[in-house]
Design a protein around this ligand. Structure first.
Ligand code: IVH
Length: 672
């Protein structure tokens, strides 16, 4: 019995450590299979010994049956809102009010962080254990959504401290990471279901599910930004230190937080965060500035429902209304037809947007976008602007009355070369079948070939490629290497200097590494990473060309679909001719095949210790290396796993001290 209790405690710790590493630090410690195994072991143990079950056990995150409703909860400390600033002038006025309110000389100090675009939440920990969580509601009373919050692995069920406060309310924001949102919507589209409009709506919809099993599948995330009611704890003196303290308790907080001084510091932070906005893993709609010293916050107090000591400085909206002026159809590199809405120019997400993709025929039909419609466009991060939906009540009457008149239809022939368009079974894209000669496909293939991440030929933009193809000077990427002064001198807007630069850029692109060249070929299904994997695996283009699907599938992450696309590409006689011409032009250099640095455990360090009774050390080492991992000799903080066999000694002790995950032989075999 004691053994079971101890094992349950160890398992809980291992699982919550894994959650913390994966969801909070974004630095996974153990593979999914191992995680599942630990969780199952704990579930079995708790079933056999129900008295061992604790409310903070990770098994309790999964979610039981649906609730009837969400009970109301009164907030002990109200959850108020922030006033907004939309300009530098408004920020300066805020700072002036702060300094006047504090009657102090010199610059004020602020704790600054992102304004998350999610939903406000409060988490209640009693004696360090999560007991309840609620939405903001009207600020005074919210809804108890504890069961749903438990499914969020980034939220600790127990605070990491030997001396927990009697009560700690953590305030923060629940949101959905962009990658989880994209995946959720892709799944919805694949199933023909309606996708969510944006991550915020997806998070809101998921948090307000009465069935926590659905919430559990939605992958929500959480960031803490402050505290509510606190009992029996000495809070640090500043906002910045409070956040550091929450981080030490293992709550997720913003990596982008800082402490700055004065208006200049605030604005510099705003601009810096604004530049990062597109590449963050979550949506933000502003920066929040808070007077750093808690004593000063208290002194400044509140006006009506918002604090005087804090303000939200907003970024331009990522969604705006505009009007569809036309719907064009573009032909891409692989012949795929993409409907594109031409929009009345609108400023959204910090840039002026004039086009938005409608993705494909199904998507265009589903959204039923028509010329003349008022639409919501969204531009979040670096993604291509998108039409979110039509504002139906603003639809002009002719299409409302006679819907068939302006319903969008994809053309039956290619709008560029007039070849037939086909849509293969199981594909969402309709394609122009004229892969060899369609000028649109040629242009796109060349633009891809010269692009920065491919052969990186500077100065070859779409206008120039357009002319080169239309005048018959270039038909395939190989033709670029036989261009000369005489041939390009006659092009529009081609001065002598720019012609020289262009030829120099083309010449400089010879002898590119194999990986770049493979990517530049524009093989379907082969992105930058796959190109790198292929180059590393085969080392030589001819080895890749000769590989059949089965051989190709030995490359990490290459499955049957990718393998078939690669094999088909190299079998095509036209492609063979182009590749030979590129060889003559010395477009690439082969390299030696290298040991895989990709694979399931790429970059992971294992330490083997003790005797592995069935496997033996050498076999284990070979398995690790085949999966891209490294077998190291000594344990350090950088070690990802220690595989401990019989009679393991000091390495095992060291691993326990450092909290490195420890696997026995069975667990190790499970991972592979
Ligand atoms: S502090 C006294 N910090 O913005 C109010 N709020 O209008 C303290 N929000 O509903 C709020 N990110 O959920 C604060 N870093 C952040 C925030 C943040 C988003 C939300 C919050 C609230 C709204 C305030």
């Amino acid at each position: 019995m004691d053994g079971a209790a101890e094992r349950a405690r160890d398992l809980r710790r291992l699982i919550e450590d894994a959650n913390y590493r994966y969801y909070v630090l974004d630095d996974p410690a153990i593979p999914d299979a191992e995680y599942d195994r630990l969780l199952r072991e704990l579930q079995d143990l708790e079933t056999a010994h129900p008295e061992l079950l604790t409310p903070d056990s990770p098994t309790q995150r999964v979610g039981a049956g649906p609730l009837k409703d969400f009970p109301q909860v009164a907030h002990e400390v109200p959850m108020l809102s922030l006033n907004n600033a939309f300009s530098e002038g408004e920020v300066a006025a805020f700072d002036r009010r702060v300094r006047e309110g504090l009657e102090r000389e010199g610059e004020a100090e602020y704790a600054v962080e992102p304004k998350y675009d999610g939903l406000a939440i409060t988490l209640r920990y009693e004696q360090g254990v999560f007991v309840r969580g609620a939405t903001r509601g009207d600020g005074y009373t919210g809804e108890d959504v504890s069961a749903n919050l438990r499914t969020i692995r980034a939220i600790p069920m127990r605070l990491e401290t030997p001396t927990p406060p009697a009560l700690l309310e953590v305030r923060g924001e629940v949101l959905m990471l962009r990658r989880d949102f994209d995946k959720l919507n892709q799944d919805a589209r694949d199933k023909g279901e309606k996708p969510f409009v944006n991550p915020r709506n997806a998070a809101a919809g998921s948090l307000r599910q009465l069935d926590p099993r659905i919430t559990a599948k939605r992958r929500l995330h959480f960031f803490a930004y402050g505290v509510g009611a606190v009992r029996d704890a000495e809070l640090p003196a500043t906002q910045g230190a409070v956040i550091d303290w929450l981080a030490a308790l293992r709550l997720p907080v913003a990596a982008q937080r800082r402490v700055v001084s004065g208006v200049a510091g605030l604005l510099a932070y705003y601009n810096e965060l604004g530049e990062q906005r597109g590449s963050l893993s979550f949506d933000i709609d502003g920066a929040v500035y808070k007077v750093n010293r808690l004593a000063d916050q208290e002194r400044l107090g509140f006006v009506s429902r918002a604090p005087r000591f804090a303000i939200a400085h907003k970024y331009p909206a990522q969604e705006e209304l505009t009007v569809v002026e036309a719907i064009d159809v573009q032909v891409g590199r692989t012949g795929a037809l993409t409907p594109v809405a031409r929009l009345k120019p609108v400023f959204v997400g910090g840039v002026t947007v004039t086009n938005a993709t409608l993705h494909n025929e199904d998507e265009a039909r589903r959204k039923d976008v028509r010329v003349g419609d008022t639409v919501i466009v969204r531009r979040a991060g670096d993604v291509i602007p998108e039409v979110v939906k039509v504002v139906l009540k603003s639809r002009p009457w002719p299409s409302l009355v006679k819907p068939w008149q302006s319903r969008f239809e994809l053309p039956k022939v290619c709008p560029v070369c007039e070849s037939p368009v086909v849509r293969l079974q199981g594909e969402t894209a309709s394609r122009c079948i004229n892969t060899m000669e369609c000028p649109a496909q040629r242009k796109q293939a060349i633009l891809h070939f010269v692009s920065r991440r491919a052969m990186d030929i500077e100065g070859l933009g779409d206008k120039l490629v357009e002319q080169l193809v239309d005048r018959g000077l270039v038909q395939t990427p190989a033709d670029l290497y036989s261009l000369d002064m005489e041939r390009i001198a006659g092009l529009d807007r081609m001065a002598e200097k720019s012609a020289e630069n262009l030829l120099a850029a083309i010449a400089a692109s010879r002898n590119r590494p194999l990986a770049r060249f493979i990517f530049a070929l524009g093989i379907r299904q082969v992105g930058e990473q796959t190109a790198k994997d292929l180059a590393r695996h085969f080392g030589q283009l001819d080895a890749l060309r000769a590989a059949d699907a089965e051989t190709l599938m030995r490359v990490p992450d290459v499955g049957p679909v990718v393998a078939a696309a690669i094999a088909a590409f190299f079998q095509e006689s036209h492609n063979q001719v182009v590749i030979e011409a590129l060889r003559d032009a010395r477009a690439w250099v082969d390299g030696e095949a290298q040991a895989p640095s990709s694979g399931r455990y790429a970059g992971k360090t294992f330490v083997l210790t003790g005797t592995l009774p069935n496997l033996g050390r050498d076999a284990a080492k070979a398995m690790i290396e085949a999966a891209g991992g490294k077998a190291a000799g000594s344990v350090s903080k950088k070690t990802d796993y220690v595989v401990a066999g019989d009679e393991a000694g000091s390495k095992l002790t060291k691993a326990q001290e450092l909290g490195v995950p420890i696997l026995d032989e069975a667990a190790f075999l499970n991972m592979f």
